[in-house]
Design a protein around this ligand. Structure first.
Ligand code: BTN
Length: 249
């Protein structure tokens, strides 16, 4: 079964550049990517279930075997042209839209994927130094079906109304293709990201370790992917963190 899925995903992908491994179950595709030696330029790991799925800021990423996408694209290529976490979010949105362009998707800084104000996907980028090379580990989680998950947060959503189950491998393939294309062709990403961002000029709350730090107006992002915010003390740059948008999450 996994062999078939692997063959379908690999179809039309440059086999000399991409290697894919599919797991029925693994702790976390990001953790396995850290342990793995890279045989090709892009090692892609896909799992049907994760036992220790991880989200940003030390949070858990619920990863049951319900048809969701848990995948990691790992490379030692130089990705300094654009912040991988923001690119991955944009790539996921573009890839979903290529399969169904009626779905309205948005991005919440830094890299949450939203549909109807609910989080349907997230990105966890990690970096490791391997013999003077930087190994970039881009973890992508997309909820295709979270119907049976207990203990859901009110702001979690999924794409279960859109019948992606049969297109799961197509979506994975598109994400890989589009991610590689972005860096190969050095596509101008910043305008595309801004267009998809759902909270430009909106009031946001900035949290650190779940503690509210300040309120601000989200103005823009810069080329490093940092948020440019307008606070009571003037313009500030936010490198990382968690923001909440009024009425959303
Ligand atoms: C977030 O929004 O907090 C990021 C979620 C990232 C989840 C993905 S699923 C595949 C990869 N493996 C992990 O353990 N996490 C990422």
């Amino acid at each position: 079964m996994n062999k078939l899925v692997k063959e379908k995903i690999l179809e039309n992908l440059p086999e000399n550049r991409v290697n894919i491994t599919i797991y029925d179950e693994i702790d976390s595709t990001n953790d396995e990517a850290k342990r793995m030696h890279l045989d090709k330029e892009f090692e892609v790991l896909v799992a049907n279930k994760q036992t220790n799925g991880r989200g940003r800021q030390g949070k858990k990423w619920s990863s049951p075997d319900s048809g969701n996408i848990y995948m990691t694209i790992c490379t030692e290529n130089d990705l300094s042209f654009a912040p991988a976490s923001l690119i991955a979010g944009l790539v996921c949105i573009n890839s979903i839209s290529q399969l169904n362009d009626f779905i309205e998707l948005g991005l919440k800084w830094p890299n949450d994927i939203l549909m109807e104000n609910k989080k349907i996907g997230g990105i966890l980028v990690e970096k490791e130094l391997i013999n003077e090379n930087i190994k970039t580990i881009v973890g992508i989680g997309i909820n295709l079906n979270i119907k049976d998950i207990k203990d859901k947060e009110y702001w979690w959503g999924d794409l279960s109304n859109y019948n992606f189950k049969k297109d799961r491998h197509k979506l994975i393939k598109l994400i890989i293709q589009n991610f590689i294309k972005f860096y190969d062709e050095k596509i101008n990403w910043i305008d595309a990201w801004r267009l998809k961002c759902i909270h430009v000029d909106k009031e946001i709350e900035i949290y650190e370790n779940n503690v509210l730090q300040k309120k601000a107006i989200f103005k823009d992002i810069n080329l490093e992917g940092n948020a440019i915010i307008d606070t009571s003390k003037g313009i500030e740059i936010l490198q990382s963190g968690q923001i909440n948008i009024k009425g959303i999450y």
